[in-house]
Design a protein around this ligand. Structure first.
Ligand code: ADP
Ligand code: ZN
Ligand code: ZN
Length: 730
């Protein structure tokens, strides 16, 4: 007998499911989509469970109005991971389940793969003689004959012949001269290049992981930049595919690393699909369906690809596992790496976390032997590790923020026919427009932040909220025309390099210079070919690129990480420096890295440069332990925001009172305090920070808050959210 009631998850901020009557003839199974009435609207939700009774009185129960699926769109194991995530991140199940689905499925689209229409000519058609004046008909027949008998030609191709093609082809199909077909579109990658022979360390890593296929086992693949981690992934993918299973490989930002995707395409045969924000909703759904129906063997995706159903999942690989883009920063704030570990456990498959600069959490897990450590200590091929040195820029002449010694090094590099890369992690011309007469800066009207000067476009732009205005001719406070650009961004540094080296080609690579579609690919290719001798860019340049001609890397603003307000600032600085440095000397010629600093005696900086990332991380981890930060404690943030400055703190004080009346189990509460940048996009923000020694204590507290906060006065006026394991405290 059919259960009469289904519990449906609906995208709302409420931490509950909703009961509906089930009247469909088919069985109700968790994971299928239904349309239900909700208030005065009709919404698509996901069935979570069935029940035989409900707390809602029978005469108030409404019925499911439409059932969209026969098979669950979220299969059982994935479903349980999502339920786990909802509890762990204290985020409403309805929002978790819908976040996991492609947009079009959230709207109720079908789960049918797109069909492509094609036409083919048969023997009969071959003998047919068209009338001499039927030019479109002749052209269509010619095109089909060119393809060959019984070889399909896509409708799309025929449409390029004439806009009348369809009315012309119709009678030919009716006469049985041409056959029409509808086929599912499953892209097949046929090319299969051989990889190089593996080095010993690579071989050890591939063997160790391959042996565990079929069971849950987490690995940290820590390999210096250029050591051949990607080559290891490719071999692992081969061995999973040979067993007929699927691989999920997650990379931070596919759109920033087109080279990586091309490399996968050259080497992996079969159906390879990508899932990232560069796809439109239709492409995304199509690729998702190919994966979930088991037709795609390999999914290459960004963080949300962790939610892709994969019926034969055999391995998860996460490249650059330290990258903060794996953490979703709004809405359902999950960390894709952490979810991937849960998923691998549920699906009983190995998971490989690869990076040159492991996150401190991952390092700690490896030290605790929860993860197996695999190391690649040597660069592949002839490349040697780059030489790193600090450039003390105190009391040295600087030209546009660049020291004379760095300029000299660039000159030497160019004279040797090599390329130089200059790294500054700031877009625009300068980060501040300052009035020399009154000292006022051009500020964002909506944030507690200065506007960045974008000289080329003659605009001021806020890098926090995106608001823009023209660069003023006069000070907005006192009317003086004595305005100065203070500080440096990529635009300014690129101009300075061009001035210093007029004969060289300077390429600027940042989010502004690559906004237009195809522009990044073009610039990266130029950088790879060596067309540009000097590359100036932001962290976009640090991401896994391989520029064979780069031998010198100059880092201009490394010091910023030393004084960050966030407990992760130092970790991120270390990772960024090592990653940028890793672009130097990746082929035959030895690389050199010069780091400009005003803090040459800083212990952490010295450790990083002289001993490398491991020693640096070890020392930074000790600091973390003393300060009781993760991974030595568990942290969560409760954020509140409102359009007036008083409400967030007032609201959090109410919450604090609630907490003070609750018995805490090993949890410290800090705050409320305004966020480090209090005003953002016109909203004021404040936060409460929780530091806990045990997950259980933190979990209990957060559950209590989720239940109690909605009942507080003020909860309607103040937007609030919980962030478990935040990656930044802003
Ligand atoms: P990573 O991902 O660690 O940065 P890659 O896999 O991109 O390293 O390898 C760096 C370079 O070394 C690439 O040009 C790659 O083709 C080459 N390489 C990798 N493994 C080998 C190998 N076993 N033999 C020769 N060259 C290799
Ligand atoms: Zn002024
Ligand atoms: Zn702003």
């Amino acid at each position: 007998m059919n259960p009469t009631i289904v519990q449906v998850a609906i995208p709302t901020p409420l931490h509950q499911t909703f009961d509906y009557l089930w009247q469909a003839p088919q069985a109700a199974v968790p994971g299928i989509r239904v349309t239900v009435p909700f208030g005065r609207r009709s919404v698509v939700g996901v069935v979570v469970a069935t029940a035989s009774d409900s707390e809602v009185p029978a005469n108030k129960l409404r019925a499911v109005t439409q059932v969209h699926d026969e098979q669950p769109v979220i299969p059982a194991k994935l479903f349980s991971m999502l339920q786990w995530a909802s509890r762990y991140y204290h985020h409403p199940i309805g929002d978790v389940l819908t976040t996991a689905l492609p947009v079009l499925l959230r709207r109720g689209n079908t789960t049918q793969l797109a069909q492509i229409e094609s036409f083919q000519i048969n023997q009969l058609g071959l003998q047919y003689t068209p009338a001499k004046n039927a030019s479109v008909q002749i052209a269509i027949l010619e095109r089909l004959k060119l393809a060959g008998v019984d070889v399909p030609v896509a409708a799309e191709t025929l449409a390029t012949i004439s806009s009348r093609w369809r009315s012309v082809i119709k009678p030919l199909v009716e006469q049985g001269l041409i056959e029409r077909q509808m086929q599912e579109q499953v892209p097949e990658n046929l090319s299969k290049q051989q990889g190089p022979e593996l080095l010993e360390e690579q071989h050890i890593a591939v063997t160790a992981v391959s042996e565990t296929i079929g069971q849950f086992k987490p690995f940290l693949l820590q390999g210096v930049t250029g050591s051949g981690k990607t080559e290891v992934y490719l071999r692992l993918i081969d061995s999973v595919l040979a067993r007929g299973q699927q691989v999920l490989i997650m990379v931070p930002e596919i759109s920033l690393t087109p080279q990586l995707m091309q490399r996968f395409e050259r080497r992996i045969s079969g159906c390879l699909v990508s899932l990232h924000s560069g796809l439109n909703d239709t492409q995304r759904l199509q690729n998702w369906l190919l994966a979930s129906q088991g037709k795609a063997n390999v999914v290459v995706g960004t963080r949300s690809s962790i939610f892709t159903p994969l019926p034969r999942l055999g391995m998860i690989i996460i490249d650059e596992e330290h990258d903060s883009s794996l953490k979703q920063q709004d809405g359902f704030r999950y960390h894709a790496r952490d979810l991937a570990l849960i998923r691998a456990r549920d699906e009983q498959c190995p998971i490989v976390l690869g990076t040159a600069t492991p996150s401190f959490e991952t390092l700690y897990n490896a030290q605790q032997e929860r993860f197996t450590l695999l190391r690649l200590q040597h660069r592949a091929g002839d490349a040697k590790p780059p030489e790193m040195a600090l450039l003390d820029i105190r009391r040295r002449p600087l030209i546009e923020g660049i020291s004379d010694r760095l300029l000299m090094a660039v000159e030497t590099t160019l004279s040797e026919g090599s390329q130089a890369l200059v790294f500054i992690n700031r877009r625009g011309f300068s980060p501040t427009l300052l009035c020399n007469d009154c000292g006022a800066c051009a500020d964002c009207h909506r944030c507690d932040a200065h506007m960045t000067v974008h000289a080329k476009r003659a605009r001021l732009r806020c890098h926090h909220c995106g608001s823009e205005r023209a660069i003023p001719q006069m000070c907005e406070s006192c009317g003086s025309d004595q305005l100065d650009n203070v500080g440096y961004g990529t635009e300014r540094i690129a101009a300075a390099m061009q001035e210093a080296f007029p004969d060289a080609t300077v390429a600027r690579i940042d989010r502004d210079s690559t906004r237009r579609k195809g522009e990044l690919e073009k610039q990266l290719e130029a950088a790879t070919r060596g067309d540009a001798q000097i590359l100036v860019g932001t962290q976009m340049l640090a991401k896994g690129h391989h520029f064979p001609g780069v031998t010198l890397v100059g880092i201009l603003d490394a010091d910023r990480g030393l004084f960050g307000t966030d407990f992760r600032a130092l970790e991120q600085m270390g990772q960024l420096i090592v990653q940028v440095a890793g672009r130097a000397g990746r082929e035959k010629r030895q690389g050199k890295v010069l780091i400009q600093t005003r803090n040459p005696d800083n212990e952490m900086m010295k450790l990083l440069v002289s001993e490398g990332y491991d020693a640096f991380a070890q020392s930074a981890l000790e600091e973390r332990e003393q300060a009781y930060w993760p991974p030595y404690s568990f942290v969560a943030l409760l954020r509140a925001e409102a359009t007036d400055s008083a409400s967030p703190v007032r609201f959090l004080k109410q919450i604090r009172q609630l907490i003070d009346g609750y018995k805490l189990d090993d949890v410290f509460v800090l705050g409320p305090a305004p966020a480090p940048m209090e005003r953002l996009g016109g909203r004021y923000r404040a936060q409460l920070l929780f530091q806990a020694g045990k997950r259980s204590g933190l979990n209990a507290l957060l559950s209590m808050l989720n239940r109690s906060i909605p009942e507080l006065e003020g909860a309607k006026r103040t937007r609030w959210s919980i962030d478990v394991d935040p990656v930044d405290l802003f």
